[in-house]
Structure formats: C-alpha cells, structure tokens
Design a protein around this ligand. Sequence first.
Ligand code: SF4
Length: 227
Amino acid sequence: MGTPLEPRSEQVTEVLDRLYEEYPDSTISLNYSTRLELLIAVILSAQCTDERVNSVCAELFETYQTPEEYANAPQEELAEAINSITYYNNKAKYIRSACADIAEEHDGEVPDTMSELTDLAGVGRKTANVVLQHGHNVVEGIVVDTHVQRITRRLGITEEERPERIESDLVDIVPEDDWQQFTHLMIDHGRATCTAINPDCTDCVLADVCPSAKPDADIDLASGDPW
Ligand code: SF4
C-alpha cells in the first residue's frame, strides 16, 4: 500500500507530474473535424468505447453534415446508422432533438456556454465540458468520466462518489491550468494500467503514493470493496 501525500493538493501535484511524464501526448481520443461532429461523438460516447464511436462516426459524418440534416433524418434511419453503439435509439433521439435546437435557436452553431449546452437533449455537464474545452477552448470545469471517478477515489484524492460532487472537489485542488489535461491523463492511466478490473499495481508509477495499491492494500477505495 502506498502512502498518499498530504494535503490532497500535494498528492494531485505529484500524480500530475508523474502522469505527464508517463503520457506526454495525452489528449482526446475521439475523431472529429467540426464542433458539431465533436458534440455528436461525445453524445455517442456515453457508456461506449471511443474506438467504437470513431468507427461508427467515420461513416456517419460522411452521411450527415449540418444540424438540419441530423434534425430532419427519420428516427429509424439515424438509429440504424448508429446501431452498434450502446443505447442507439435514445442517442438518435437526443441527436435529432439537439440538432433541431441548434438549427432553430442557435443559427446552426454549437453553443459556447455551459447553460446553453446543457439545455440540449442528451447533453449533461460532462458532455458540455468536453465540447467547451475542445470545441471552444473554454475550460470551465473538469470532465469527470468513469476513469476519473475511479482513479481519483483509488488515489485518495476524493471521497465523493457522484461525478458532479467529484468535479467540485477537484476544481479546488487541481491547478486550473491542468483541468483539461487532468482528465486525459486519468483516462490514459485508466486504460493502460489502472483498469476497472484487476489494475496492474505492480507496474504502476503511482503505486508508492496510492493507498489502494495491491497487493498491500486490502481495499479498492474506488468501490470500498476488498480487492
Ligand atoms: S494501478 Fe493500482 S497503484 Fe496504480 S493508481 Fe491504480 S490502484 Fe493505485
């Protein structure tokens, strides 16, 4: 079991230093070339792998280009086009509705504020944060996805459980300049080493500062359950 640094801001600094070193090219892994494509890819990525989303979007973005084209696409047609994505029926509805709003209320442009974005169908704070950061260069918060949620708890950086609570905890202790990269570094580490099931603690650069590190720790602090 590793020993986390005190206070938590020190732990964050140490974790960031090591992960920047480990993943120097860390960035978003969804493919897109416009803000609308980014928004659609992020809506599709909820509980689905970025790899799958990229593969579906390669064709989807050829077929539909404007908000009007998505909004006017028949529900069955759009659902069929994304049917290898989780919850494709609901996601097709969200995309058609969000695109109708973008066309009618935002002159066809993806909005650039948190409140306007979260008013769109299928867009929660996490999706809005990604679109603001990568589509508009506006960093208003920290994107808390499943990797950020799991690893910040394992590392003793937060004890909160819900993404919104974790985000408000993190913005107080993660330097603002690192808000965007914090998420990408956690995602890279979550994919490479600190996986949900059976993380590779013996080969982890954070093991000596991680209170969940196996084999010494008995408990996975992410779930509170024994390893
Ligand atoms: S892989 Fe293990 S040691 Fe590394 S951060 Fe995850 S739980 Fe901690």
